[in-house]
Design a binder for this molecule. Structure first.
Ligand SMILES: [Zn+2]
Length: 592
């Protein structure tokens, strides 16, 4: 077993024969598709044969492109300075861009077929891709004509994209001044944000005040970017025939409004429980009036558990196996076949990810393994993503793209399996530490995300009438935090500038990029609650569910697994698993 991942299943090198040959094959395939579409899609003769041809050729293209892309991506992930990886990523992107017009043309052609459903029923290949085809038609209904789309795309470069770049520039160059022993020092924002985790209370508090004061320098510019981007989103959603930017996001998430409303209502109900956690944390840190915002990430325990990589592997595999043999075997396969790049090293990117290579029916996982418990959890998280791909591996590539709210289901689920097992085995000190991290993370995903949803709603509503001033944006943020955190936070120490550095409000094409996180966490917890109810039958239902995530709307997918996401009780059950953790945390806090 190696501690570095094996990429030879893809290619030996960039300059090797196989890589270069595939690059040529890609050119040929692209050219073939472009030329074919030009003459074949000008009329509606032989529609069935043409539809089948479209799908077959797209899948061929996908298989070549995926291998080439994966090799570039994975090589540069462990060797960021690799010039060939950068060069070929760029070449690939340029080549794929040549297909843009053909894709639009194909979508329009498919959407103009009169009896699409009849054709789908008449062909096994088309039937297999029913969801894929119908989604193209649905999305196409919100596309304008080709000339208008091309104008919009070009204007966006100088509109929302330019605003987003400007905002990123302001924030990335932003410096915070902090006084240290009578001397004023300038720190990059990222360093100051990290001070929130410092073990020294004075550092955390000082960093917060300095950060808030520093935004005066950039607030007008960032507010202009927010107004510009949200204004454009409103214009575009109207032009495209959506009732609101929220509806646009819901459609892209394959989610309906009833699901969102049921989830938000359950979240709102559970806020008091989270507030009791925050107030208890405040007490532990010596505050009487709720937790100041700058103490949200403050460590309250110094307990540590260490796991060597071998111990971590054994712990993960054993607990995965207690869920199902398949999951346990999957982890073993990933370890034994060198799918994981384990240790930090120079030039390797930070963090962790899992990358699925469907053509090989394999995944590759990047870790930066230390010896802490959180490294074990990260391993479980990424293996969870890998297992999701494992369950999708017999699906057509067109049926494997799952929407953002479902993206973290399998990873969160596997995290939960391992955390629950660890808490059981840990002593009180350690159980307390694990619970605190877990609840603190959940508070971000449930309470803070709720506040972000409220904030973004207010911003859109206001922006429809007129741009917002800095003061109005700050007020909207404070109102949202008060409503979500209630008496859990000290009202004198909230954070009126949480809209400045968070990137999510400034994406040109994605809005309300907040509730999918809450959905992800709560959906996985809800599945876990189902598992506890019926541990024998659930594992196979779970695999079935994962295998369907790329070809169904969320409502239909969950119905197939006997879950009703329109029912607030499903969300209540998910939240209950977190509420029980909070109760346990509070109980332990008096015992240790
Ligand atoms: Zn993840």
């Amino acid at each position: 077993m190696s501690l570095e991942w094996s990429l030879k299943e893809l290619y030996d090198s960039f300059e090797g024969e196989n890589f270069q040959e595939d690059l040529k094959k890609l050119d040929v395939q692209l050219q073939k598709m472009i030329e074919w579409a030009e003459q074949a899609l000008d009329n509606h003769e032989d529609e069935k044969e043409k539809l089948e041809k479209i799908i077959e050729e797209q899948l061929k293209l996908f298989a070549i492109r995926e291998k080439l892309g994966a090799f570039c991506h994975l090589v540069s992930a462990t060797d960021s300075k690799n010039k060939l990886a950068l060069k070929y990523s760029d070449i690939l992107r340029t080549k794929m861009n040549t297909l843009a017009e053909t894709i639009t043309k194909t979508s329009k052609w498919i959407s103009s077929i009169e009896n699409l459903q009849e054709l789908i029923e008449s062909s096994p290949l088309l039937k297999e891709h029913e969801f894929y085809l119908n989604e193209i038609v649905e999305d196409n209904a919100h596309m304008l004509d080709e000339r208008e789309e091309s104008i919009i795309a070009r204007m966006k470069n100088t509109g929302s994209s330019a605003w987003a770049n400007y905002k990123n520039l302001l924030v990335s160059m932003h410096k915070v001044e902090i006084e240290d022993k009578g001397e004023i020092k300038e720190y990059p924002l990222t360093v100051v944000l990290n001070m929130a985790y410092d073990t020294d209370k004075e550092v955390r508090e000082k960093a917060y005040h300095a950060e808030i004061a520093s935004y005066k320098k950039i607030e007008e510019g960032v507010a202009a970017a927010l107004n510009g981007i949200k204004g454009e989103a409103l214009t575009l959603s109207e032009l495209r025939g959506y009732s609101s930017p929220l509806e646009m996001t819901l459609q892209n998430s394959r989610m309906d409004r009833e699901t969102l409303d049921a989830m938000l209502a359950a979240m709102k109900e559970s806020m008091p429980k989270f507030r009791s956690y925050l107030r208890r944390k405040a007490e532990l840190l010596g505050y009487e009036n709720g937790l100041p915002f700058y103490e949200l990430y403050a460590p309250v325990s110094s307990a540590h558990m260490t796991y060597s990589y071998e111990q971590g592997q054994a712990f993960v595999e054993e607990n995965f196996r207690s869920f199902s043999e398949h999951l346990g075997n999957f982890a073993r396969k990933a370890f034994d076949h060198n799918w994981i790049d384990v240790m930090p090293k120079e030039g390797k990117r930070s963090g962790a990810f899992c990358s699925s290579i469907r053509t090989l029916k394999e995944s590759r996982i990047l870790l930066n393994y230390g010896d802490s418990f959180s490294d074990v959890i990260t391993m479980a998280h990424e293996l969870g993503h890998g297992f999701h791909s494992e369950c999708l591996k017999n699906e057509s590539a067109h049926n494997t793209h799952y929407p953002m709210p479902l993206a973290e289901t399998a990873s969160t689920f596997c995290e939960t399996i391992v955390k629950k097992a660890a808490i059981k085995q840990a002593d009180k000190q350690m159980a307390f530490a694990i619970l605190e991290t877990e609840i603190s993370d959940a508070t971000q995903v449930i309470v803070d995300i709720y506040s972000r949803y409220l904030f973004e709603t207010t911003v859109f509503n206001h922006r429809e009438e007129s741009p917002l001033t800095v003061e109005e944006i700050k007020e909207a943020m404070l109102d949202a935090q008060k409503e979500a955190y209630g008496d859990g936070l000290d009202p004198n120490f909230l954070h009126p500038y949480m809209w400045t550095w968070k990137p999510h409000y400034y994406y040109a094409d994605v809005h309300f990029y907040n509730f999918p996180y809450a959905f992800g966490l709560l959906f996985a917890k809800g599945l876990y609650a189902q598992y506890l109810e019926r541990p024998d039958t659930f594992p196979s239902e779970y695999e079935k569910l994962l295998s369907l995530t790329g070809k169904m709307k969320i409502k239909d997918l969950t119905s197939a697994a006997n879950i009703d996401v329109h029912d607030i009780n499903f969300w209540r059950a998910s939240l209950k698993t977190i509420e029980e953790d909070i109760e346990e945390f509070i109980k332990l806090s008096y015992e240790i």
